[in-house]
Design a protein around this ligand. Structure first.
Ligand SMILES: [Fe+2]
Length: 255
């Protein structure tokens, strides 16, 4: 299986500080059935700056280290871009890294809001020939309060990725419930770990896929497994027509 969102590179963000911790994470990933990880360090989230060139170097180094100690895990390059106004300019300058050099680009919103310029930027990203993937929409307060915003983004060509731990309930009941609604309404296309460490932000990958298998069956299980594979190869992923979430906030029990 492929985990398309993981902070496994050492010393680049709030993931592991040292290579030893990255190795421990790699071992845990293998135990969870993961064979390939796309390393996605934070970029321009007000704390961390990780340009394309730096990430590529660090991915090569970690792959060499994993090979040396026979850990059967491959790291591919990626980047978790906090949304910012000059993103396209930076992409043209060569500072922005897509997921494994495909046409898929991670976009992260701030925790509590969705910037007003997001709709235009998501559109402009697509004009640039890229497909934006909104990471963990279930953990954004504005999207939780108003699912129509996400519906419109998806309807207009963006994709989204739900975090495994959200689906398992580690971020609370509301986020778990919302994660399931996103799956049920064809509003998400990927499940990934967004793991940062083994203490409190671990993979929860196999647990999330067990939930999907149990609650939604094999078809959706393979939908998510295969989409991660297709993405990693730069191929067109599968998607179903998105459906608006009509339930009221009160019923959802969020905020
Ligand atoms: Fe992340």
């Amino acid at each position: 299986m492929i985990d398309i969102h993981c902070h496994i590179l050492p010393g680049v963000d709030d993931g592991p500080e040292k290579t030893e911790e990255s190795i421990l994470m790699a071992k845990e990933a293998v135990k969870e059935g993961i064979k390939t990880i796309i390393a996605t360090p934070h970029h321009r989230n007000n704390r961390y700056y990780n340009s394309k060139e730096e990430i590529l170097k660090k991915v090569n180094k970690l792959n060499d280290e994993l090979t040396e100690i026979d850990i059967p895990l491959t790291i591919l390059p990626g980047q978790e871009n906090r949304i910012f106004g000059e993103l396209i300019e930076d992409y043209r300058k060569g500072e922005i890294l897509t997921l494994n050099n495909s046409d898929y680009l991670f976009i992260e919103f701030p925790t509590s809001s969705v910037p007003r310029y997001a709709e235009q930027l998501l559109y402009d990203i697509q004009l640039e020939g890229l497909t934006p993937i909104i990471v963990h929409p279930e953990r954004n307060k504005e999207l939780l309060d108003n699912p129509t915003i996400l519906y419109n983004f998806i309807k207009n060509g963006a994709l989204s990725q739900v975090t495994a731990a959200s689906l398992c309930g580690y971020f609370g009941k509301s986020i778990q419930k919302y994660s399931k609604l996103l799956i049920e309404h064809n509003l998400t296309h990927f499940i990934a770990s967004d793991a940062h460490n083994l203490r409190n932000r671990s993979f929860k990958f196999s647990q999330a896929f067990e939930i999907i298998q149990k609650e939604y069956g094999s078809e959706l299980f393979y939908f998510f497994v295969e989409n991660a594979e297709l993405l990693s190869k730069g191929k067109i992923i599968e998607k179903d027509i998105p459906v608006p979430i009509m339930r009221r906030k009160k019923f959802l029990g969020v905020f």
